[in-house]
Structures are given as C-alpha cells and as structure tokens.
Design a binder for this molecule. Sequence first.
Ligand code: SAH
Length: 511
Amino acid sequence: MSYKTQKGTVYLIGAGPGDIKLFTLKAKEILEQADVIIYDNLVNADSLNWCKKTAKKIFVGKSSGQHSIPQSEINSLLVEESNSEVSIVRLKGGDPLIFGRVTEEIQALEAANIPYEIVPGITAAIACAAYAGIPISERDTSSSIIFLTGHENPEKNTLNLDFKNYAKTNSTLCIYMGIGQMKRIIDELTEGGLNPNTPVAIVENGTHPSQRSCYGTLSTIVEVSTEQSIKAPSIIFVGSVIALKGKSDWFESRPLFGKKIVVPRSRQQAGELTHLLEHYGAEVMEIPFINIVPKYEKTTIADVFAEIASYEWIIFTSANGVRYFFELFFKAFEDLRSIGLCRIAAVGNATAKDIKAHNLKVDLIPDSANSQALCDALLENESLDNTKILLVTGDKNSDSLYQRLEKEGRAIVDRLPLYENTKPNLETSKAFQKFKEMGADAVLFTSSSTVKHYAEAVKTLDLSGHKNPLFGSIGVRTTETLKDYAMPVAFESPKANLEHFVVETISHFKK
Ligand code: SAH
C-alpha cells in the first residue's frame, strides 16, 4: 500500500543529497500523487519525472546568473498554492530541517491554518561522509558530531558563528555552506587551539556522478582546495576520524566514475544500458535521437489476430516490437494460450528477454544480433518451405529479412509493422543541451539506426572546444554503419549484447 496524501496538506519533504536512489520511499510516493511541487536547486530534478503529468512544478531555487527568490515570497507562494483541492510538496535538498529555513515556512503555514507533514531526507553531511568512506564517529577519538553552517544567513552571506568555540570539542565538525568563508573558518579553528595537523576533508557534489573529494590538514586545506578549485555545494569535514577513512574509495573508484557517456536511445529502451553504466559510476546522458511511436493499421492487426494461432513462427526484430505486440495482444485476448503453438525467434538477447518476461520460451536467437544473422539462422535451422511466419517489426527494419524469407526460404510471411521512428525535438532534451555545452567521453551506439539519427542531429553542431566523444559500437553491423558515416570506431563489443558492451567500455577506459 502506498502512502495516501491528503488534499489541502503541504508536505515538507527532504529529497536527499542528489543520488536519486537516496530518496525515501515515502517521499517518492507523496511526490507521485502531488498536484503542486515547489522545489529548490539542490534537488535532483530527475525526481520530478515521478510526478503526475498534470502536476504544476515551480522552481524557487537560484539558477545561474539569477538571484534566488526571497524566502518571504516562497512562504507566500506556499500559502497561495494551498487549497482543499490540491496536495502540495515543498521539496528541499537533503533534510528539510537541516539548514533548510523550513521554520519560516512552517510559521507561514500555521498562521494560515494549513495542515502540513514533514518527511526527513538524508542530509548532505551524512551522505557525503558515506560516499567518501569517512566514518564520522569513532568510539575512541570522536564521540560527537556537530553540524555547522558557514553562512549563518545565506541571503546576507555573513558568518555569525565563532568557530573558535568549536576548536576544542573533540568532535567531528561537518560544515555546510562553508566554501565561501573557508579561510576564515580554518583560521578561527586554528586560533581556537585546534592542532594544525588535524585532518580536513572536503566533499563536493557528494553522491553525484561529479563528486570530488579533497584531503588536507587544517594548515594545508585552503591551499589544496583552491588548487583543485573545489566549489559549492560542498561539505567540509574536520576531525581525526578522517584519518580512519577506508583505503578503497568505493564510490569514486568505480571503473567508469567521472566518465560522461551518451546513450542515444529513447527512454524506454535506454533503461538497461543506462542502469549498467551508472552502476559502474558513469554519468549518463540519455539523448533520444530516435523517437519511437506506435503506428499500425487496425485492419492488419485484426487480420493477423484472427489467425494468430495458425503461425508456425513469430519473429521479433526488436524489443519495441515485443512491447507493442503484447500490448495489442492482451487487449484482444485474455489468455496467453491464444497465441497458439508457434515457435518464437528474437533478433538478440534484449529482445528475447522481453519476450521471456511474458513467460514464453524463445526458440531461436542468432549469434549476432542483426536481422541478416537472424535470417541465416532461420534458414539453416530447417526448411521454411510453405511455413507460415509472422514478422513483427517497425516500419523500416524488415525489408530484406522479409524478402529473403519469402524468396530463399519460400515461406509465407505476414508482416506486422507496429511502430515508426520519428525525429524528436532535441531542443527539449536537457541531456542534449548538456551534451552541446560540455561534450562527452563516449557515445555508445546500440544499433545502426541510432548511428544514423546521431549523425543527422550533430551535423550542424559545433562541438569544437568541447570534449569530443569517442564512439563505441555494440557489434559488427553498427560498426559498419559508423564507418559509412566516417565516424571512427574506438571500440566494438565482442558480443552484441549490453553486458559485453559495458564490459568492453570499461576495459577501453582502463587502458
Ligand atoms: N537541507 C540540506 C542543506 C541545505 S544548505 C541538507 O540537509 O543537506 C546547502 C548546503 O548543503 C550546501 O551549501 C552544501 O554545503 C550542502 N550540500 C547540499 N547538497 C550537497 C552535496 N550533494 N554535496 C555536498 N554538499 C552538499
């Protein structure tokens, strides 16, 4: 059972430090139901994809070059947006009660008699420590932890705390918003009597793929962090526990950490490749160079379904075909057995996996994932003379397969095109904008059509001065297409599946 939100209530929610997986289940469930979301800039904006399409999203953070909205305006906005018809989420980075100015918002809500609930989140200090492997408490050396802020008032940029008072606490100090005032903070700690050799760590952009950490002592950290141009948002840790940090940097030493990789596919398909790459630490930019939309003739569907049980083979040339086929199939039939006693062929493992998800066995998968190899495998397998075959495809990728099966195999083939590739509007893709600005380390191509669409889209782009990506290919056919477009292939997966492709990407970057 998911959490049930109340209309008219404001949910003050902590979004965690950045890694979207560090959201709480409760926060996610409330976000999924919310009608209005008022969010800050430290919130991972991908979480807004969980919201209803109709939800109103209001950004109140500071965007580059602009001043943030004054707190008083945010308080009024919260009250204005509240009414008995909607549920409102006020989404803040980390934990809402830690340096989040939530007290002022609560006061405004209470003054207006608006009910509210608070959902805690993982605060930056706790997350940064974990992702840098720093044990912030330790039985013998540090039995207290203090959260401090470098800006007492972020709007005034002033520092009211006297850090001298924290020099002799023997605690681990976790300093938020301290980068701008770092020299003064460190000087005060030193003046207060803290040993200049006390270890200091700074974790920038903690839990993000762009996380950086920097280490020094009280006497060196200002210089070291300036050299590395460490910026906000960062947490500064001060205390002997930093010396107890584990040797393995579990987060920053993952094999693709720091690499920006473009996955040129549409959202639904990209999922698994993105998931694997992120697991190994890459920052993935999913760019929908191809837009896949359903397209079919209703009469063709009716004709095919009328005789569905008479096919001896059903061939799927893509995972999209599988998806659209079964969506339509289960609208027409209640029972999987209506599919008959056919055998099933899939172009590759990814397609086969989606078929197996319907509890159907896949009888034939060619060694390389392309339609020529699929055709070869079918022809070699047995005589197809007069065999009735259903070929489930998109609108573009089946001509030669169809012709070979009919001519060489003398089979009776019905084609069932279910979708088409259209040109997406890339200007609306945030990942594409980022790619245009910063470039990438690699683009991973998983099919010839992704190569074509990529080449088409970047033709007019000026990527000079940015990081020029190298090109990885999932297999022979994709490599051929890359060569046709004069795009140099940096590496090719030894087997045409996502797992091998990712392993090859890792070994390429290791060299
Ligand atoms: N409520 C938030 C803190 C807001 S104050 C929380 O509980 O985490 C903003 C400060 O938090 C930043 O200036 C920085 O010091 C810290 N911070 C937030 N996210 C961070 C991140 N991903 N990595 C490092 N520091 C972060």
